[in-house]
Design a protein around this ligand. Structure first.
Ligand SMILES: Cc1cc2nc3c(=O)[nH]c(=O)nc-3n(C[C@H](O)[C@H](O)[C@H](O)COP(=O)(O)OP(=O)(O)OC[C@H]3O[C@@H](n4cnc5c(N)ncnc54)[C@H](O)[C@@H]3O)c2cc1C
Length: 488
């Protein structure tokens, strides 16, 4: 048995764990972080970048959104279920956090997530050059890791925490196991759980929340994120927070068919359900979270985006109206290639047909209804007035020229946020709402404090923004707590 000691122990060195570790070490505290994987940064290594408002990068890009505007939007979207004081505090800190990361050598470019979103995503420019994009945030993780090394944080990789040690009703340390299989008992005055939430651990979600996850949803499993932190925290006396799912939508198996997804997702083209009926004014289709919430209510929780040959030819020539961060304005130039790849892989959700009857036969959409819908919709396109859903006329594109292209749109979600009940200081609460001294949670394990039941997707970068700013706020609170302990 190996024995270790420090001021602070961090259970997991994903994004929130790294931010907490660096910020605590900057406060002069000794920090040990235990991480079960062989790298730091967790799922942030796959992403693009964090939220901030009124940052210097935004000023340089002439983004006029103010802190107060962004805060109000956040609170309205979350139905005021997020902790208002916490949100204001972390939004206020977010510009300084960008400076903090830039001082470590991270470079950012501000972007929107979709046209009607705010320009709050500070997407990381990858080291070695090139544009920002998926996985670019791994550069930010590297800089945080270097800073942690410089500050003497002990980063114990391949060292999963198995248990939180409790004495007199208060966590005092952890039991971990290193790569050689040796047990480590580590003790500290402050313990922080940062294990990334419940992930796609369906069994645990069912057992702890009596929640049956829908088979129609594409839950994106993230290796290593399976609720271990929440489970250990509950065993150590923490209360359970509600869970919040971040709904979005796209095509199935999208990581293998990214280009195809770009062609069918979040575009203002005709969207119908299995009954062949429209269910949303498609001009808002770039709000993938709104579309997802509407799909939640549709039969079998699926939808179909349909376009015809004339529309495809137009898109190839002029590009889509709604461009996202991942697929460029020229995405339709690669359409044939992505269709060929899909067909070679026997991709089941893409249908191309010479007639509406054939399209319905292939896709399963109710044909009689779809024909009725198309008659109405094409009439709206011809007259410039949608009497069914009031869609913005500039997005009324008829579906009348074969071939017809249709792809199934499914619900997608990452790890839900929540699990561990915390207050706005990120102190863990017991089931009665009482603070457990010296016990903290950050990142997705604690994210309900920031998002309530609903992730504000139109303020992009929110997850990483919460992880980074929450980590820094947590470290400040730990420093005050340890100061008070010393002065007792
Ligand atoms: C593909 C993808 C792209 C994304 N892009 C963005 C984006 O651009 N912007 C944005 O804001 N958000 C993005 N996100 C979400 C964001 O990355 C996460 O919300 C954030 O990384 C969560 O941070 P965390 O610290 O809570 O968890 P993580 O960063 O996932 O870290 C959790 C860590 O816990 C470790 N762990 C688990 N159990 C144990 C244990 N028992 N002992 C020790 N270690 C343990 C895991 O190995 C992992 O390293 C993206 C997510 C994905 C999957």
């Amino acid at each position: 048995m190996i024995r270790m000691e420090s001021d602070v122990i961090i259970v997991a060195l994903g994004l929130s764990g790294m931010a907490t570790a660096v910020a605590a070490a900057e406060q002069g505290l000794s920090v040990i972080g235990f991480e079960k994987s062989d790298v730091t940064g967790g799922q942030a290594n796959m992403g693009m970048g964090p939220f901030a408002v009124e940052s210097r990068v935004q000023r340089a890009a002439q983004v006029s959104l103010t802190l107060d505007e962004a805060y109000r939007k956040h609170m309205e979207i979350t139905d005021y279920q997020a902790d208002a004081q916490f949100v204001y505090k972390y939004y206020k800190k977010s510009a300084d956090t960008i400076d903090w990361l830039m001082d470590m050598g991270v470079r950012f470019e501000v972007q929107r997530y979709f046209p009607h979103s705010e320009c709050t995503a500070h997407n990381v420019l990858p080291e070695g050059g090139g544009p920002t994009g998926p996985r670019a945030a791994s550069t930010m993780v590297k800089r945080l890791t270097e800073r942690a090394e410089e500050l003497g944080v002990q980063m114990m990789l391949q060292c999963p925490v198995k248990k939180i040690l409790v004495e007199d009703g208060r966590p005092v340390g952890v039991l971990a196991v290193n790569a050689e299989g040796e047990e480590i008992e580590a003790y500290a005055d402050a313990i922080v759980v940062a294990t990334g939430g419940l992930g796609t651990n369906h069994a645990m979600i069912k057992e702890a929340y009596n929640m049956e996850l829908s088979p129609n949803v594409q839950y994106r499993p993230i290796v290593g994120i399976n609720g271990e932190g929440a489970k250990m925290a509950w065993e150590a006396g923490a209360g359970k927070s509600p869970l919040a799912f971040e709904w979005t939508c796209g095509i199935s198996d999208n990581f293998n068919h990214m280009e195809l997804e770009g062609a069918f997702r979040a575009k203002p083209d005709l969207l119908v359900n299995l009954n062949g009926e429209r269910f949303i004014n498609e001009d808002v289709a770039d709000h993938v979270d709104w579309v997802a919430r509407a799909i939640l209510k549709q039969p079998q929780q699926v939808a179909f985006m349909i376009m015809d040959q004339a529309r495809l030819d137009y898109l190839k020539k002029y590009g889509p109206e709604y461009v996202d961060q991942v697929h460029g304005v020229d995405m339709y130039n690669r359409f044939e290639e992505s269709v060929r790849r899909a067909q070679e892989a026997n991709y089941p959700d893409l249908h191309i047909a010479d007639s509406i009857e054939e399209l319905c036969e292939k896709s399963g959409i109710n044909c009689e209804n779809l024909k009725k819908t198309l008659a109405e919709y094409n009439h709206a396109c011809a007259t410039g007035r949608d009497d069914v859903l009031g869609k913005d006329p500039k997005y009324l594109f008829p579906v009348s020229t074969p071939k017809y292209y249709c792809c199934k749109i499914v619900l997608q979600t990452n790890s839900p946020s929540g699990g561990i009940m915390v207050n706005r200081n990120l102190e863990v609460l017991d089931p009665n709402g009482k603070v457990i001294p010296g016990f903290y949670a950050v990142g997705m394990d604690a994210a309900v404090i920031a998002f309530g039941g609903r992730y504000p997707m139109c303020l992009p970068g929110g997850n990483m923004g919460f992880c980074l700013n929450g980590g820094r706020i947590c470290a400040e609170n730990i420093a005050s707590y340890l100061d008070a302990l010393d002065n007792q």
